[in-house]
Design a protein around this ligand. Structure first.
Ligand SMILES: *[C@@H]1O[C@H](CO)[C@@H](O)[C@H](O)[C@H]1NC(C)=O
Ligand SMILES: *[C@@H]1O[C@H](CO)[C@@H](O)[C@H](O)[C@H]1NC(C)=O
Ligand SMILES: *[C@@H]1O[C@H](CO)[C@@H](O)[C@H](O)[C@H]1NC(C)=O
Ligand SMILES: *[C@@H]1O[C@H](CO)[C@@H](O)[C@H](O)[C@H]1NC(C)=O
Ligand SMILES: *[C@@H]1O[C@H](CO)[C@@H](O)[C@H](O)[C@H]1NC(C)=O
Ligand SMILES: *[C@@H]1O[C@H](CO)[C@@H](O)[C@H](O)[C@H]1NC(C)=O
Ligand SMILES: *[C@@H]1O[C@H](CO)[C@@H](O)[C@H](O)[C@H]1NC(C)=O
Ligand SMILES: *[C@@H]1O[C@H](CO)[C@@H](O)[C@H](O)[C@H]1NC(C)=O
Ligand SMILES: *[C@@H]1O[C@H](CO)[C@@H](O)[C@H](O)[C@H]1NC(C)=O
Ligand SMILES: *[C@@H]1O[C@H](CO)[C@@H](O)[C@H](O)[C@H]1NC(C)=O
Ligand SMILES: *[C@@H]1O[C@H](CO)[C@@H](O)[C@H](O)[C@H]1NC(C)=O
Ligand SMILES: *[C@@H]1O[C@H](CO)[C@@H](O)[C@H](O)[C@H]1NC(C)=O
Length: 674
């Protein structure tokens, strides 16, 4: 073992050298933050560990690995990868299926680099998936893992020899983002020289989403095979589909899409949107034609098969559809699905009209894994409110059809009524938080973060105290959710980050980002490149240990797009350029403690870009601000600075708050700001 230590050390030095070379030849300072591999065929970046008898020759990425029976090597791809493994194997003894020559095991976390793989079926013994045994004929073989042994997310590959074998040319053939030829070609970017962690967080969110884009036939085969795994089930419609996670579940989930879709658009551009759309088409396909209810999950899940239904995920479906519609400005998509959308909204209206308050009684409390639920649930009603409010605004802006406009009026009326009752029945003036429903004293993180984000509050004072009260759930690692004990949820905390920004509390939002996402990126339990689905309160991977995951920490997904909220928030609220409606944008940067930011995103509407900087204190306690804002022709927007300035000029003219036409670059200059 000792003699090989040097080679692992050399490997890491070589990797640093590569990073250095990439940095100096980069055109943009942010390119070096991109975690995506440069090729769809990726070689290991380093040796994680070895156990004799094993002899390694050659240089990193191109080693010959001679293993004798009992030998073992764990290879590190440096970042999360996923797909199939190819390798050249030389065997000198004949074998048969009962005695494999070697076995392959896959792990996401450095803490689970073992002779068996992470579980994708949960079990308290953590030994569901086991290892993939390989038996080859005598001689040399270019081996590829069988198609159904697709492995959606891993960073480490452990090869254990049962007989003498020499292995070389180990390669991961990337399976994710199947329509993206150059994985590092992103449609969006974000950079600030002031905070390295924020830039890393943005790119980890982007890469997480990329690893969550699956080819159509890589869903979990059900009933799950055991031991082992099979990922050959159909996931939905289209050639690249946005899934909840890389390793698992590998399924379309509407709640996840509510956050993932935004990040997919802002970071990956058209390839992100295409996978997002295919996930939505899958939801439309399985929408119940009688009730208008959207499915709780895509077809490759137990939840779909057993007919589980979810009121919150129904509302998330509509929110995800609305976001897609405004990001693309695609009127044909809306027209094609207008009946679907209307039926989906009618489902909510029927529930709201069922009682004197105009609130939704949650009878299908299936959700993101939280406990409780039921009654006039705060998260559900905040989601319903936003679905009604936003789709109503879409209906009046994408068409002049008067019948659709009167439909929209019904929707916004129902939304207003809901909001009034929400405050009467759920607001606790003593807690400055909303209760989970009308009969409980529990104040949840999810309902309160959603209420803050979607403006269920009725005054600036209430908004500000709600934002402050959410910090009561904070711990040194992040918020512990009251509605799922012992849990830190980066999904709900993503919503909370977005919510503090929307409430004009950038320092609080940045604090939460720096606290929880530094852990998600830099804890030695993590992949260092993608974002985990959840944690226990003490930071372990025993997420949902007693709530469905059977104390199986190796089951937890370490690449889950619902944890990418800060990526969206940094683009929309810190860089500050956000698509807010039908071909409409808003430039409202929240500078926090940063001095300069560059960001942008490309999509069907065209190119959006921002560069801004704060120009020094002006000696009397005020400061200045300069920005160049690029927006596409055919859009309109507002410049809405979140602080008071003595002067604001847009393209050299005094700005009075009017709407401006998009197209080209607008120069914003403000002075005497405080
Ligand atoms: C398979 O090969 C092993 C070792 O080479 C041998 O011990 C075993 O009997 C063989 N099994 C069969 C079914 O041929
Ligand atoms: C190495 O693996 C790649 C596939 O990943 C294959 O195309 C190539 O032929 C292999 N090289 C050799 C020498 O077999
Ligand atoms: C998928 O894999 C399972 C388990 O190996 C197998 O039973 C099934 O036939 C495969 N399905 C397809 C479509 O290949
Ligand atoms: C649609 O919903 C109705 C009412 O709940 C149910 O009876 C029916 O089976 C559902 N249809 C499908 C295709 O699931
Ligand atoms: C929704 O759209 C799908 C496919 O676009 C269609 O097959 C389905 O019937 C629609 N469902 C409803 C409820 O309109
Ligand atoms: C909500 O629905 C459940 C199940 O139908 C019912 O028992 C309960 O009384 C309802 N709650 C309210 C507040 O209407
Ligand atoms: C109200 O919420 C609590 C906490 O989520 C839950 O335990 C309870 O069942 C809910 N009440 C009703 C009437 O559904
Ligand atoms: C709606 O009508 C206005 C005013 O006539 C027109 O400018 C606009 O293009 C129309 N919008 C659509 C989507 O047809
Ligand atoms: C939030 O709602 C209040 C009314 O309750 C309204 O005055 C305010 O404009 C809304 N804020 C946003 C950002 O829409
Ligand atoms: C975040 O806020 C907490 C509580 O208000 C404070 O103790 C902590 O120092 C802040 N952390 C950062 C990184 O700003
Ligand atoms: C805006 O663009 C002009 C012209 O290219 C440049 O001189 C200026 O530095 C830019 N401002 C910012 C904030 O990047
Ligand atoms: C502060 O200084 C700036 C730059 O010198 C000036 O434009 C501004 O009017 C001053 N503001 C106040 C409140 O004195």
């Amino acid at each position: 073992m000792k003699q090989f230590k040097g080679s692992a050390h050399f490997a890491s030095q070589f990797l640093s050298f590569l990073v250095f070379v990439t940095t100096i030849v980069s055109a943009n300072p942010w390119d070096s933050y991109i975690y995506s591999p440069a090729s769809r065929n990726v070689k290991p970046a380093a040796i994680h560990s070895l156990q004799s008898p094993v002899i390694v020759t050659g240089k990193t990425g191109d080693q010959g690995i001679a293993l004798a029976a009992g030998g073992r090597i764990s290879l590190d791809f440096g970042v999360e990868v996923g797909g199939w493994i190819t390798l050249n194997a030389d065997v000198s003894v004949n074998t048969n299926n009962s005695t494999p020559q070697f076995a392959l095991a896959f792990a996401e976390s450095p803490a689970y680099v073992r002779t068996i793989s992470d579980d994708t079926g949960s079990t308290p013994t953590q030994d569901w998936d086991q290892a993939l045994n390989v038996s080859l004929p005598r001689g040399s073989t270019l081996y590829r893992t069988p198609v159904e042994r697709f492995r959606g997310g891993f960073r480490f590959l452990t090869i254990t020899a049962y007989q003498d074998v020499t292995i070389s040319n180990v390669t991961c053939e990337i399976g994710f983002a199947p329509e993206t030829e150059h994985l590092r070609d992103y449609g969006g970017h974000f950079y600030t020289p002031d905070d390295d962690l924020l830039v890393r967080t943005w790119y980890a969110g982007a890469y997480t989403i990329q690893t969550n884009i699956g080819p159509p036939n890589t869903g979990r085969f059900l009933p799950q095979v055991r031991p082992g795994w099979a990922y050959n089930a159909t996931l939905g419609i289209g050639n690249a589909i946005l899934l909840d996670g890389a390793k698992r579940d590998r399924a379309v989930w509407p709640g996840d899409l509510g956050l993932q879709g935004i990040t997919a658009f802002l970071s990956l551009g058209v390839d992100g949107l295409s996978a997002y759309r295919n996930a939505l088409e899958t939801l439309f396909y399985y929408q119940n034609a009688t009730t208008g209810r959207f499915p709780f999950a895509g077809p490759a899940t137990g939840s779909f098969r057993n007919g589980a239904q979810s009121d919150t995920y129904h509302a998330w479906s509509l929110i995800a559809i609305y976001n897609y519609a405004i990001f693309t400005g695609d009127g044909d998509f809306i027209a094609h699905h207008w009946t679907n959308i209307t039926k989906g909204v009618d489902f909510i209206l029927t529930a709201l009209n069922d009682n004197e308050y105009g609130l939704h009684n949650q009878t299908r409390p299936n959700d993101w894994a939280r406990q409780g639920g039921g009654g006039y649930n705060s998260a559900l009603n905040a989601l319903d409110y936003h679905a009604l409010f936003s789709l109503s605004s879409l209906a009046t802006s994408w068409t002049n059809d008067t019948a659709i406009h009167s439909q929209a009026t019904n929707w916004s009326t129902a939304a207003s009524r809901l909001k009034a009752s929400y405050n009467t029945l759920l607001w606790s003036p003593s807690l400055n938080l909303y209760h989970d429903n009308q009969t409980t004293t529990l104040a949840p993180q999810d309902g309160n973060a959603l209420a803050l984000l979607y403006n269920l509050t009725t005054s600036p004072t209430q908004t500000s105290s709600l934002s402050a009260s959410l910090t009561r759930f904070w711990t040194p690692l992040g918020p512990v959710t009251p509605e799922l004990p012992d849990t830190i949820s980066p999904f709900i905390s993503s919503i909370e980050v977005l919510a503090h920004f929307s409430a004009n509390q950038p320092l609080r939002a940045l604090n939460l980002t720096r606290t929880l996402w530094s852990y998600l990126l830099d804890s030695p339990l993590m992949t260092g490149s993608t974002l985990a689905e959840g944690l226990s309160a003490n930071g372990s991977l025993y997420y949902r240990g007693n709530a469905g995951y059977r104390n199986d920490a190796a089951y937890t997904s370490l690449s889950h797009g619902w944890s990418s909220g800060p990526t969206s928030a940094l683009s929309m609220y810190v860089a500050g350029l956000e698509v807010v409606g039908w071909r409409r944008w808003r430039f409202r940067p929240l500078v926090g403690d940063l001095k300069s930011v560059t960001s942008g995103f490309d999509g069907p509407l065209g190119r959006f870009g921002v560069e801004w900087r704060v120009v020094g204190g002006e000696g009397n306690g005020t400061w200045g601000f300069e920005a160049n804002v690029t927006t596409p022709v055919g859009t309109r927007g507002v410049v809405d600075l979140a602080w008071n300035c003595e002067s604001v000029l847009v393209d050299g003219r005094v700005f009075g708050g009017e709407e401006v036409a998009g197209g080209g670059v607008k120069e914003v200059r403000a002075g005497g700001c405080r």
